[in-house]
Design a protein around this ligand. Structure first.
Ligand SMILES: Nc1nc2c(c(=O)[nH]1)N[C@H]1C(S)=C(S)[C@@H](COP(=O)(O)OP(=O)(O)OC[C@H]3O[C@@H](n4cnc5c(=O)[nH]c(N)nc54)[C@H](O)[C@@H]3O)O[C@H]1N2
Ligand SMILES: Nc1nc2c(c(=O)[nH]1)N[C@H]1C(S)=C(S)[C@@H](COP(=O)(O)OP(=O)(O)OC[C@H]3O[C@@H](n4cnc5c(=O)[nH]c(N)nc54)[C@H](O)[C@@H]3O)O[C@H]1N2
Ligand code: SF4
Ligand SMILES: [Mo]
Length: 764
């Protein structure tokens, strides 16, 4: 065998095709096929006993909080199980019986593993021991916990400036872990806290903060029962938030209407067979009343069309806009209404690509309704104008007086199960003088006042050698971030990269000079200490905080909980030289919760109130109270149209999730709801666009982006003709992240432009 060194590590995995099958997309989501797929996954990964132990407690009161998405649990839980197919897949992925042991690392070098697909890497199983990849070595070897902490502490001390370290967070960590992590990072002396939100709902936080004064949504789950209209924009709930379909079903049963705005007609939004109800399994509910097939990133044009139509009706008959609300609670309406006059209907219709007839249906539907909820996700946030996309939704809701009422409001549907909580308890690269003052009061040290790095700027800093240590609490930074090859170089230039992880992923293989893997407990596992089974707490997408209790024996007796790992690292770094007693926080999470309650408002009697179905955090937008805004009012915003200067042969590509993945974790190779089986390297294209390029179904192509004269190439994709607007393409991430330049991101929020990448297609 030829001698290999670290330079041979592959940044992208195997691109070999896996044997595609295409079929018609199903006419409904969920139903019995979902139950079957879920059970197959559970049995294959966990076996019967572990399946029963986990699934019977999933999302039940004081059970395991689903590690999938952040959709909330209903107050009344179903006895048939309160979870979905993808919740089961998330559990099975974590509670798998496969193990990545020291022997595994002895047998497989990082070079060999780097050539596997993400699917193969993930299927290797749970990490069992702390491991180290020493400089120059291509095999990880075991390391004692104590030695690992000492090594990291020494490396952190060796930096010239704490701002040369970067501390990433992914949204699965508990409030307790995230708070302690943020505290350690601030005590160490930096605000370099990029987190997965930066790539996700940061645009929502920025837009909602500026317009309504709170970066979170205003509705509760119960509001769906009272809503007259729910608009689902740029979101695929059938796959990514499956139990949201039950909420839409309830809304429909009470006479509500559902409007979907999406370049794809996602199966999950068409018809839903609720597996938790016998009648649902048999009949199903038609969910979408009107689907507007908008072109990629033309939502602002479409929302302007809707508001123009409503303004015309208001001028004719009145009663369409809520002037009492607008006058009492908002500012800036005149500018927004006069700005609408600058655009012609023809121009906006051509941009948005929707039919006039369907548009009129939506305008009529909205005209007389007030209880309107707008839900959205990555289809709105991951564009250059992501923040404006959301501000335009807020404009519509403010015109209708739909915020701060029962059955109406904003609903950014969050991704990871605790991504919202992590932010609430202090994972934030921006400086908050108020938070710094509270921390100083509670802990007796002064947190740093220099702005920290977000995800895109952290990557740049590492690439430029300005940041040298990368620590990740969860996640898979390399595969999740844009510009995979640039991000790889950034990580490889670091002195040290550290991952606190449950499962093996690509970020463990493309590393700094020294790399450490610190294996941690997952949500499903018992967290025993001093005879006590500890629990953690999380916040769902609607601001409710509750407990999660692990139920399974840990994957290995070497695992440490996330709070304990952070506490040990902090102790190794500070020794005795800190006003914070880190060790006791690592032991007693109740103490962490007491401190959270001291630092943040709304957490009074935290431990006790988080029991049963938990408690709601304060939310002034939900109460319709905008008195804390600078002018005491909610703000309308004038938003421009996005500009995409596309060359003749260029398309706009959205990089989306299949039904068989959780971000960079690939559960399987099928995208059942889109009729695509056993292949991920596909590109969805309109039939007429394919024809124009002389392309046939399953032809092999490369996707190529060209920004600032630099060509980036995603090789080997298969053409799949699909019902998608002309000029638009769709393909899965993370395979397509190689195409997205690291310096292309949203204004203000800095979220990468994952949903509007300019590419051309090259036939092979
Ligand atoms: N099973 C599963 N669940 C998940 C995840 C997962 O990977 N798997 N990920 C979790 C995370 S972290 C997140 S953030 C969420 C993501 O949840 P989603 O945002 O639903 O996920 P995406 O697949 O990125 O889908 C974006 C949707 O927006 C549409 N879209 C794209 N561009 C546009 C546009 O310009 N305008 C409009 N109107 N629509 C557009 C796409 O067609 C697609 O339906 O899901 C969470 N839940
Ligand atoms: N092109 C493109 N890129 C995108 C997106 C897109 O739509 N298009 N979406 C973006 C979005 S919305 C997001 S949120 C990011 C996701 O970015 P990340 O959060 O970084 O990625 P994940 O795939 O969710 O992380 C999976 C890894 O987390 C670890 N893990 C799982 N559970 C736990 C746990 O309980 N504790 C710890 N410590 N580790 C755990 C496992 O090792 C697993 O391999 O990706 C972003 N990237
Ligand atoms: S909707 Fe989300 S949180 Fe609920 S069971 Fe499914 S994946 Fe888990
Ligand atoms: Mo996300």
């Amino acid at each position: 065998m030829s001698k290999q060194d670290r330079r041979d590590v592959a940044v992208e995995g195997s691109k070999a095709f896996t044997g595609i099958r295409l079929a018609a997309a199903p006419s409904y989501a969920a139903g019995l096929p979902a139950v079957k797929v879920a059970l197959d996954h559970a049995m294959k990964e966990m076996g019967l006993a572990r399946s029963v132990a986990t699934l019977s407690k999933l999302n039940q009161v004081e059970g395991i909080d689903c590690p999938g998405c952040a959709w909330p649990d209903p107050k009344k839980r179903s006895s048939l199980g309160e979870f979905c197919e993808n919740g089961v897949k998330a559990i099975a992925e974590e509670a798998t019986t496969q193990r990545v042991t020291p022997k595994f690392f002895e047998e497989h070098s990082v070079i060999e593993m780097s050539r596997w697909t993400d699917y193969q890497i993930g299927k290797s199983g749970r990490l069992t021991h702390p491991m180290i990849l020493r400089p120059g070595s291509i095999h990880y070897e075991p390391i004692e916990w104590r030695e690992a902490f000492e090594l990291i502490a020494r490396q952190l001390h060796d930096l010239d400036d704490p701002n040369e370290a970067v501390f990433y967070t992914s949204g699965r960590s508990s409030n307790e872990a995230a708070f302690l992590y943020g505290l350690f990072i601030r005590a160490y002396g930096t605000n370099n806290m990029p987190d997965c939100s930066n790539m996700c709902h940061e645009s929502s936080g920025a837009a909602l903060g500026e317009t309504l004064g709170i970066g979170k949504g205003s509705v509760t789950l119960e509001d769906f029962e009272d809503a007259e209209v729910v608009m689902v924009i740029g979101q695929n709930p059938g796959t990514n938030h499956p139990r949201m379909l039950s909420a839409l079903q309830k809304c429909k049963e009470r006479g509500g209407k559902v409007i979907s705005i999406n370049p794809l007609e996602e199966a999950g939004l068409v018809r839903f067979k609720n597996p938790q109800e016998l009648s649902g399994v048999l009949k199903g509910t038609a969910l979408t009343d009107v689907h507007l097939q908008v072109k990629i990133n033309q939502d602002v044009a479409l929302l302007k069309l809707i508001m123009k139509g409503l303004a015309t009706l208001e001028n004719q008959h009145g009663g369409v806009f809520d002037w009492d609300f607008i006058r009492a609670k908002t500012q800036g309406v005149e500018e927004v209404l006069s700005d609408l006059d600058r655009y012609s209907e023809e121009e906006l219709l051509a941009l948005s690509g929707v039919s006039k007839q369907k548009l009129d249906e939506v305008i009529v539907l909205l005209a007389q309704k007030k209880r309107i909820i707008i839900c959205w996700a990555m289809g709105l946030t991951q564009h250059k104008n992501g923040v404006d996309n959301i501000k335009e939704c807020v404009n519509l809701l403010l015109l209708k007086g739909s915020i701060g009422i029962i059955g109406g409001g904003t609903c950014p549907v969050r991704g990871h199960s605790n991504v919202q909580g992590d932010r609430t308890v202090g994972i934030m690269h921006h400086v908050s003088p108020k938070l710094n003052a509270s921390i100083e009061k509670a802990f007796g040290f002064q947190p740093p006042n220099k702005e920290g790095l977000d995800t895109v700027h952290a990557i740049k800093a590492m690439h430029e050698g300005k940041a040298k240590v990368f620590v990740a609490l969860g996640g898979n930074f390399l595969s999740a971030a844009s510009d995979t090859h640039y991000t790889a170089e950034a990580l490889q230039r670091c002195e040290m990269t550290v991952s606190i992880s449950t499962k093996l992923n690509r970020t463990h293989l493309v590393t700094g000079k020294t790399a450490l893997i610190l294996p941690t407990l997952g949500r499903t596992e018992k967290d025993h200490k001093n005879g006590e089974n500890r629990y953690v707490t999380v916040e769902n997408s609607m601001g409710r905080v509750h407990q999660s209790h692990g139920r399974l024996d840990p994957a290995s007796d070497q695992l440490m909980s996330e709070p304990e790992i952070i506490a040990q690292l902090a102790s190794a770094y500070f020794k005795k030289d800190s006003p914070v007693d880190w060790q006791q926080f690592g032991t007693d999470y109740g103490l962490i919760r007491e401190k959270i309650a001291e630092v943040f408002s709304g957490f009074e009697d935290y431990s006790q109130r988080s029991g049963q179905s938990g408690f709601d955090l304060p939310n002034h937008a939900r109460q319709g109270d905008f008195s804390k805004m600078p002018e005491g009012r909610a703000r309308f915003s004038v938003c421009g149209l996005p500009r995409h200067e596309l060359d003749e042969e260029e398309f706009l590509l959205m990089t989306i999730r299949s039904h068989d993945q959780f971000n960079t974790t690939i559960y399987g190779l099928d995208d059942r709801y889109r009729g695509i089986y056993n292949e991920r390297r596909v590109v969805l294209i309109h039939e007429s666009d394919a024809k124009k390029l002389g392309l046939q179904k399953l032809d092999k192509v490369d996707l190529v982006s060209c920004y600032d004269g630099v060509e980036r190439r995603a090789e080997d994709f298969l053409i799949v003709p699909y019902n998608i607007p002309q000029g638009n393409l769709a393909a899965y991430f993370p395979e397509t992240n190689v195409l997205i330049p690291h310096d292309q991101y949203a204004d203000k929020s800095h979220t990468p432009i994952s949903k509007s990448v300019k590419v051309r297609i090259e036939k092979k």
